[in-house]
Design a protein around this ligand. Structure first.
Ligand code: C2E
Ligand code: MG
Ligand code: MG
Ligand code: MG
Length: 279
């Protein structure tokens, strides 16, 4: 419609939309209905202690199972959800489902210590989300201490209100992690002010850890920074034993990645870890 505005503010014909424009509109419409149509679901990826192999938590990762498109990865629909103002609704659904799943696992005999849920920077643009988070915790009965919210550095640097909103979240007792750490522009001055407990080393640094000396240096620096600021540090995208050993050798004992497990459905996580924890 915005495109239809002519020189005088109106046009006599409907402008021919490009194929891409039509495709995007269709995608938008489908995405808006996805929650009601039960097409959104979560996968869960284990976070482990490297030296013991113990499960310390899981990260919830959203998926969209579209009848037309198949399973769509978040990189393809989160930006769209952000653009069309759907991210708050989606984010709330994800949080609910993640918290409920923690309670379900417990009913099945698996206590997952902690769940990490990703937040979009756009969820911080409409005001504080602390009351929404508190409502979800109250309704599901999950202990706030077992929820960790992941935000990227863009949220941190979007200061002003963002800092106040992050403080609100801290006040209700949930944990905060900085996701993809090292790829953004967060200054150490801001980092110091933030009530965060965890840094997640971005997987781009872990990828070439044994061949790229710069990635090695950055990874070591982040681990040291975490130590100095008394934060826990977890590495994402760990795919090999060599990477895990490198991390352990340099003082990072927490990891997440395909080497341990891909993101899986709740039933698979139960099967994988119930046995391990017992045995
Ligand atoms: P992220 O939060 O950094 O999540 C980690 C991503 O790395 C996940 O991709 C995960 O499947 C992938 N990954 C984990 N281990 C490995 C590994 O060893 N090797 C490789 N190559 N990849 C690995 P996924 O699930 O496609 O999610 C992509 C991004 O989408 C997430 O990055 C996060 O930024 C966003 N996202 C996912 N779920 C949500 C959500 O519920 N809300 C919001 N706002 N964003 C989400
Ligand atoms: Mg994440
Ligand atoms: Mg990440
Ligand atoms: Mg990442």
């Amino acid at each position: 419609q915005a495109k239809a505005r002519g020189r005088n503010g109106y046009q006599f014909y409907a402008p021919s939309m490009t194929g891409e424009g039509v495709e995007r509109l269709r995608l938008e419409a489908m995405l808006r209905r996805s929650i009601d149509k039960n097409e959104i679901f979560l996968n869960y990826q284990p976070q482990v202690e490297i030296d013991t192999g113990r499960l310390i938590g899981v990260e919830a990762l959203v998926r969209w199972n579209s009848p037309e498109l198949g399973v769509v990865p978040p990189a393809r629909f989160i930006p769209l959800a952000e653009d069309i103002g759907f991210i708050s609704q989606l984010g709330k659904w994800v949080l609910y489902e993640a918290c409920r799943q923690m309670i379900r696992w417990e009913g099945q005999g698996l206590v997952v210590p902690k769940i990490a849920v990703n937040l979009s920077v756009k969820q911080f643009e409409r005001g504080s989300i602390a009351s929404m988070v508190a409502d979800v915790l109250a309704e599901t009965g999950l202990d706030p201490q077992r929820l960790q919210l992941e935000v990227t550095e863009s949220v941190i640097m979007n200061t002003g209100d963002a800092l106040a909103f992050i403080n609100d979240l801290h006040a209700i007792g949930v944990g905060l992690a900085i996701d993809d750490f090292g790829t953004g522009y967060s200054s150490l001055a801001y980092l110091k002010q933030m009530p965060v407990q965890t840094l997640k080393i971005d997987r781009s640094f872990i990828k070439d850890i044994s061949t790229d000396i710069n990635d090695e240096a950055i990874t070591i620096a982040i681990i040291q920074l975490g130590k100095s600021l008394n934060l826990s540090v977890i590495a994402e995208g760990v795919e090999t034993a060599e990477q895990a050993e490198f991390l352990l050798r340099h003082g990072c004992n927490l990891a997440q990645g395909y080497y341990y497990s891909r993101p899986v459905m709740p039933g698979a996580l139960l099967e994988d870890w119930q046995v391990k924890e017992l045995g």
